[in-house]
Ligand binder design. Structure first.
Ligand SMILES: CC(C)(COP(=O)(O)OP(=O)(O)OC[C@H]1O[C@@H](n2cnc3c(N)ncnc32)[C@H](O)[C@@H]1OP(=O)(O)O)[C@@H](O)C(=O)NCCC(=O)NCCS
Length: 344
């Protein structure tokens, strides 16, 4: 992990991206802001009231951190107008009423939800990436991005992945780095969503893990060997997803469907899928649903000694990442660096 993270941080320092942290009320985030600036990982915009932040964190040196107070910032009205325009005609699922009846309501909305405020700064191009979630749920962290940042060109699904880093030599993963998806956001993705997940995960593998992706679409079956899937239809789903991803991203090295051993073990790959460029040689793994993905990464972590870096969000038009509420200052710093790489 140390090496991969150090590489990520070194790459981030060369980019000098600006990352917004909307959770100025959280001391871990404030300290991470100071560390990120001191280490030159990114320029930071922290949201909150400057006097309150300093009073609550007297020992943290915030030199070089920009603090923006949405209550008094000159662009708050512009962001409110952007929000109103972006969500015009959208109905709030809970109340059945328009999300924002007018700009004034949108302004009240951005002042109540600093993650939304940060997403609008990102949309406006005033920052390059957004990191939040130290004191907000995943849904509340991602929803503003889903609503106003939307997805990257050619992608309709926001998803997540883990960069898995080996702590010892492993003959089935010679680089010691693999990427698993989607383990945290999409519960039961269909073939189109799986194709998006595969394309986005390959991009994360390249941009953040800095490996050349060879993508395996996983199943309990290899190239049609499983013929007892009449109920769940996972095999045809993974086959269709592979075909869609190939059509949407012809340059991508991707194949499937594979069992995990056919994807990573050259002797099994050769036997079960002799013509495949990916079989026996994969380093990016797309699971058929969140159950398989979440269980899979935790098995690799606990039994396999892999360290899991993530979840890293992907597929947004501009990078947004969700922190775990149990995060440490170091975790926040790492996610700032990852987000900076996604902004390149
Ligand atoms: C992703 C998630 C946060 C979305 O929450 P939500 O607010 O209930 O989503 P909604 O269905 O109301 O959709 C809100 C908007 O986002 C869009 N959206 C939702 N999920 C999306 C996705 N995966 N990709 C792209 N857009 C998405 C919707 O189309 C909708 O757009 P619109 O309002 O402009 O029409 C939610 O699906 C979730 O919480 N997933 C599981 C996360 C989880 O619990 N993980 C466990 C951690 S291990």
């Amino acid at each position: 992990m140390a090496n991969v993270l150090e590489k990520i941080k070194a790459s981030a320092t060369l980019l000098s991206k600006r990352i917004v942290l909307p959770e100025g009320e959280d001391s871990r985030v404030v300290e991470a802001a100071a560390v990120a600036v001191k280490e030159g990982l990114a320029k930071i915009t922290l949201l909150g009231n400057e006097q309150d932040i300093i009073a609550k964190n007297p020992s943290i040196d915030l030199t070089g951190v920009d603090i923006v107070d949405p209550v008094s910032y000159e662009k708050t009205q512009v962001y409110a107008e952007m929000l109103y325009k972006a969500r015009e005609g959208k109905i709030n699922k809970k109340t059945g009423l328009p999300e924002y009846a007018n700009v004034e309501e949108a302004k009240a909305g951005v002042l109540k939800d600093y993650t939304m405020y940060a997403a609008l700064m990102l949309k406006a191009g005033d920052v390059d990436g957004l990191v939040s979630g130290a004191c907000h749920s995943t849904a509340n962290t991602l929803r503003p991005g889903l609503q106003v940042i939307k997805t990257a060109p050619g992608i309709n699904t926001v998803s997540s992945c883990f960069i898995m880093v080996a702590d010892r030599e492993n003959k089935y993963n010679p680089d010691g780095v693999a990427v698993f998806a989607d383990c945290a956001i999409n519960i039961e993705p269909d073939a189109n969503q799986l194709a998006d997940i595969a394309i986005s995960t390959a991009a994360t593998a390249k941009d953040v893990a800095e490996i050349e992706p060879r993508v395996a679409m996983l199943s309990f079956s290899t190239k049609g060997s499983g013929n007892d899937d009449k109920f769940f239809k996972t095999v045809p789903k993974m086959q269709e997803a592979t075909a869609i991803a190939k059509a949407n991203a012809p340059e991508l090295i991707i194949d499937g469907e594979f069992q995990f051993d056919a994807a990573v073990a050259p002797e099994v790959g050769k036997l079960k899928a002799p013509d495949s460029k990916v079989a026996g040689n994969a380093n990016v793994f797309i699971f058929p649903n969140i159950n398989a993905g979440n269980i899979g990464y935790k098995i690799a972590q606990r039994f396999g000694g892999y360290m899991a870096l993530g979840p890293i969000c992907q597929g947004f038009a501009k990078p947004i990442n969700d922190l775990s509420r149990g995060c440490s200052v170091e975790d926040v710093v790492a996610v700032i660096a990852i987000t900076a790489l996604q902004a390149k």
